[in-house]
Design a protein around this ligand. Structure first.
Ligand code: KIV
Ligand code: ZN
Length: 383
């Protein structure tokens, strides 16, 4: 792995599924597994096998059917949970045990009701147990961004000594900001003596709308794995959106010289399949995959687009699997885009008729939000 290669860890089927209304049945999860493999996601977090019979079965089936992607199962720091992951990832070509425990003072005191020393002991025990059964072990410090630096360093060092090869630093509550998250990774790189034996990972929630920005800052601080979900689904305000991170890295190579394996042309298909499964679409103005992500309505923008698409687009719709740029005809549209659409519909008008048709179009656009092709043909026929 080159030093600027970024591992994409998709947790749509685990953290994403935890978002209200997003639970998926087995066949829906299999459909998502297929597209995630086609898209060349490096790791699929398939579920939390100890959580339910259904989750166990899903991780088992995904393990049997994941040709390209590593299959990870999540577990708490306890043997019964770890056993459930071991048994469910058995058929996987490449499986991963992902164990987590909270490390912040708040979580340790109120949620776990354990002392920091007890938590360190549990990290050592659980990661060693997992390692005895699987070479690929990831450990997560839940609520890492509200954890004291000294304790986080000790916890990470303990997990690596016990055999963890990926260390995840989640912003569990979506609290951090980019500068701080980048510094947190740099602090770990500088202070944890065995840090070179593990890959650092981001895992950002979107409570302040900073999930993607924080993930990128984490990469700049030294992370080489990013945990994310399709359409950014996940607990509360969601997780960092896979499609946004991947395209930010691709479009801004000048400032972000990192590489992922993702087949970006499949991003919209993955988004659509997820919407089909969950029953809700991302908002129309959602970056990359939203219905309006490549739609232009203002006349000035449409005119620019017709002259050169780089005027108002920083990536092509084809590069993310959107069919084509959509010049939406409405009251803000200009004569150039109007004429262009008429020509596409097979109606090349002379100047006088074009003036007449354009005037009728503007009158109609004042009454109706979007003008469709049938409306345009109606205008031409009325001339
Ligand atoms: O947000 C979080 O902390 C998690 C961990 C279980 C990785 O989802
Ligand atoms: Zn999470």
């Amino acid at each position: 792995m080159a030093n600027n290669d970024i591992i994409i860890f998709d947790t749509t089927l685990r953290d994403g599924e935890q978002s209200p209304g997003c639970s998926m049945n087995l066949s829906e999860k299999m459909m998502m597994t297929e597209i995630l493999n086609e898209m060349k996601v490096d790791v699929i977090e398939a579920g939390f096998p100890a959580a339910s019979e259904g989750d166990f079965k899903s991780v088992l089936e995904i393990s049997k059917n994941s040709e390209y992607s590593v299959v990870a199962g999540l577990c708490r720091a306890m043997e019964s949970d770890i056993d459930a992951v071991i048994n469910s990832i058995k058929p996987a070509k490449r499986g991963r045990i992902h164990s987590f425990i909270s490390t912040s003072p708040l979580h340790m005191k109120y949620k776990l009701q354990k002392t920091p020393e007890q938590v360190l002991e549990l990290i050592e025990k659980s990661v060693s147990y997992a390692k005895a059964h699987c070479d690929d072990v990831e450990w997560s410090a839940e609520d890492a961004t509200r954890t004291e630096d000294d304790f986080l360093c000790r916890a990470v060092e303990t997990a690596i000594n016990a055999g963890a090869t990926t260390i995840n630093i989640p912003d569990t509550v979506g609290y951090t900001i980019p500068e701080e998250y980048e510094a947190l990774f740099k602090m770990l790189v500088n202070r944890v003596p065995n840090i070179d034996k593990a890959i650092l990972s981001t895992h950002c929630h979107n409570d302040l709308g900073l999930g993607v920005a924080n993930s990128i800052a984490g990469i700049q601080g030294g992370a080489r794995q990013v945990e994310c979900t399709i359409n950014g689904i996940g607990e509360r305000a969601g997780n960092a959106a896979l499609e946004e991170i991947v395209m930010a890295l691709r479009v801004r190579q000048d400032k972000l010289p990192y590489k992922t394996n993702i087949v970006t042309e499949k991003l919209c298909l993955a988004s659509k399949k997820l919407s089909e499964v969950t029953g809700f679409n991302p908002q129309p103005n959602k970056a990359i995959v939203g219905a309006n992500a490549f739609a232009h309505e203002s006349g000035i923008h449409q005119d620019g687009m017709l002259k050169h698409s780089n005027t108002y687009e920083i990536m092509t719709p084809e590069s993310v699997g959107q069919i084509k740029t959509d010049l939406v005809l409405g009251k803000h549209s200009g004569r150039n885009a109007f004429n262009d659409r008429l020509k596409t519909l097979g109606h090349a008008l002379d100047q006088d008729n074009l003036n007449l048709a354009f005037a009728k179009f503007k009158t109609l656009a004042d009454e109706k939000k979007d003008i469709n092709d049938a409306d345009l043909i109606g205008i031409v026929k009325s001339l």
